[in-house]
Design a protein. Structure first.
Length: 295
């Protein structure tokens, strides 16, 4: 630990974590140096001692999942994430995936994106962590790596793993986009993909898609609706009696849900590229800043 930099380590000797080596910790070095939203990771293997460890930056604001669903002991008014904070975190995660998919010498797919693997630092900047299931994206001509990657079909986290992985499809960027879409829907609806309300074929994707076609407000997290309703920016009224800022913010939320729904489409071909997702989210944030008062 140097200065104010705090690190936490996980000793892996007891659990036999040989998976460290297929995705060697050294690959995280360039991410840490050139990109701010990927959790720094280093590996150590001491000669003479079969010791392995992962060392991460300490994230003081815990995981995104703990903010979206705090325990009774964690819950306070301050434990809520604001609309703008959620948009910023979504952009952070999209930036991380865009870097992995498009700016590495060999593209990388994370394969286990979910709120508990998004960690928040002091400024609530989102950091993508836990690369235990990550894979290099192989070239189509490299059969050995392609066969190896196909094992991803039985891995991932229920509710977030792309459906095509369940039938043995190889790891692909579209799989990460699917997970990101589900994450977006959870962030802005407040509902888990395995919520008790989802039965008889209904899931988070279908729930959000149906709300977009009917009444979007019923799908938005009540915490966000309360924040918007309590906003001081309700002074400009349209001819129909509706507040202009309310309508504009609701339009932004509709756009966000559309991103989540499209990204979590069952067919990989219907999903957006993460670069397009990032561009749209940045545009939504720009529009939101015109109507949201930052305390």
């Amino acid at each position: 630990m140097r200065g104010n930099q705090i690190k936490s380590s996980v000793q892996l000797r007891e659990i036999g974590a040989n998976f460290v080596y297929p995705l060697h910790p050294s690959i995280f070095g360039p991410f840490e140096r050139s990109w701010g939203v990927l959790t720094a990771c280093s590996g150590f293997d001491f000669n003479g001692n079969d010791f392995k460890a992962l060392v991460y930056e300490f994230m003081s604001n815990r995981s995104l999942d703990e903010w979206l669903h705090p325990s009774a002991s964690q819950y306070t008014e301050r434990s809520r994430l604001s609309l703008l904070e959620r948009v910023n975190i979504a952009i952070d995660v999209a930036c991380a995936l865009e870097y992995l998919h498009h700016h590495c010498e060999t593209p990388i797919v994370h394969c286990d994106l979910k709120p508990s693997n998004v960690l928040l630092d002091d400024e609530k900047t989102g950091h993508v962590g836990d690369f235990g299931l990550a894979r290099f994206l192989p070239k189509a001509t490299h059969k050995l790596l392609t066969d190896e990657s196909s094992s991803i079909g039985v891995k991932g986290s229920f509710g977030y793993v792309a459906p095509e992985y369940g039938i043995g499809s190889v790891a692909a960027t579209e799989g990460d986009v699917y997970s990101f879409g589900v994450l977006i829907l959870k962030m802005f609806t407040g509902k888990r993909p395995i919520d008790d309300m989802f039965e008889n074929g209904l899931d988070l994707h279908c729930f959000a898609k149906g709300a977009l076609a009917n009444q979007v407000e019923r799908a938005i997290d009540s915490v966000l609706l309360q924040e918007i309703k309590q906003s001081e920016m309700k002074r400009i009224v349209n001819l129909d009696g509706k507040n202009k800022s309310w309508c504009s913010i609701l339009e932004c939320l509709v756009s966000i849900l559309k991103i989540g729904v499209t990204s979590s489409s069952e067919s990989p071909r219907e999903r957006m590229d993460i670069g397009n997702v990032l561009s749209k989210l940045q545009g939504i944030k720009k529009k939101l800043l015109e109507f949201i008062v930052i305390a």
